[in-house]
Ligand binder design. Structure first.
Ligand SMILES: [Zn+2]
Length: 235
């Protein structure tokens, strides 16, 4: 199934289906990953690792709100090491880089595709842990240590990979972010950059002229800067 440019940038949702697991919440995901996602969550559950989905599809408008809220200082922006930043002290370029470390520009989020999800340990949540999605939660001392270990061993077997497992001067390390390999690759390889640029240019993104001037930089530094499946350590 080839998705349209509107679906690739999160402005149309016809590529999505509802998904729920073990009577949990309902999430929108790419119809093409339904089977593999079920298999992944079932296999983990059998191994005693209950996976909770935190976030799946996000629309362009949702991503725009997140981005603008951070730009305006309505939501906290953190350094790579989890320290809250005072955006008033930063120039536009510093602000843009600080936000892009953790949040994609609207149009460029892999969450638009429905192929990518943020996951967490169900057990940790049940025990009252407040989900933050920080690398330390997935470290050896973290509450998602067992989940991280299970993913290391099993994730690729079910057709998924972690594009942001390691930091490479672009998006921060995000060990909770998983992606369906074959479906996301198809979308990535024919990504509609021109349409995406144009859509951002007519959106109400903050400091639009500046952001538009950074789009070619964003493309190489963040969007194209991820670990392709099979290239991460331990696989
Ligand atoms: Zn994510």
């Amino acid at each position: 199934m080839k998705i349209s440019w509107q679906q690739a940038i999160g402005t149309d949702e016809k590529h999505l289906s509802e998904f729920s697991f073990s009577k949990g919440n309902v999430f929108l995901v790419n119809t093409g990953i339904l089977n593999d996602l079920s298999k992944l969550l079932t296999a983990a559950k059998i191994d005693g690792v209950d996976i909770s989905i935190i976030s799946s599809f996000r629309s362009f408008d949702r991503q725009l709100t997140i981005w603008n809220d951070k730009w305006m200082g309505y939501r906290p922006v953190y350094s790579r090491h989890g320290r809250p930043l005072n955006l008033n002290l930063l120039s536009d370029i510093e602000k843009y880089k600080a936000i892009a470390l953790w949040s994609a520009l609207p149009g460029f989020s892999r969450h638009h595709w429905g192929t990518d999800l943020d996951i967490f340990s169900c057990t940790a949540i049940a025990e009252g842990h407040q989900v933050e999605l920080t690398p330390s939660e997935f470290s050896k001392q973290g509450v998602c240590c067992d989940l991280a270990h299970w993913l290391d061993k099993n994730l690729e077997r079910y057709g998924f990979f972690r594009p942001y497992l390691q930091y490479n001067q672009g998006v921060s390390e995000e060990p909770w972010h998983i992606s369906h390999k074959s479906m996301s690759q198809k979308i990535y390889q024919s990504f509609p950059f021109q349409e995406c640029y144009q859509y951002i240019a007519q959106s109400n993104i903050q400091q639009k002229d500046f952001i538009c001037s950074q789009l070619p930089h964003y493309k190489t530094q963040y969007f194209e800067n991820f670990i392709e499946c099979g290239k991460q350590s331990g696989s």
